[in-house]
Design a protein. Structure first.
Length: 104
């Protein structure tokens, strides 16, 4: 008995980080939440506590440069489950609504 196998090649389209941020902005403007994950990192302490997943978030306006010199690289958001305002590094975003992200 012989078996014939069909090879299936799946091409995964990986969303770019800045495209995901634009979609986050659109969802926030529409009053909708989104999920995302990122690698935590504290510049001041030079430490990471591993990946973080936020299930229901909305973006907040970014800080002014006078308040945070790295504001161009930060993403401010509100965790809608805890109503806490938080920040993460844009280049460390990993997923958006279940889709893997690529920095390029």
């Amino acid at each position: 008995m012989s078996f014939s196998f069909v090879s299936v090649i799946l091409t995964f389209v990986i969303m770019k980080v800045y495209d995901a941020i634009r979609q986050m902005e659109e969802l926030t403007k529409a009053g909708k939440t989104f999920s995302f994950s990122f690698m935590s990192y504290s510049y001041d302490k030079n430490v990471s506590h591993g990946p973080v997943t936020v299930l229901h978030a909305k973006l907040l306006p970014s800080n002014r440069k006078e308040r945070n010199q790295y504001s161009d690289y930060m993403l401010r958001y509100r965790d809608m489950d805890t109503y806490e305002d938080k920040m993460c590094w844009q280049p460390l975003l990993l997923e958006f609504n279940g889709e893997q992200l690529d920095l390029v």
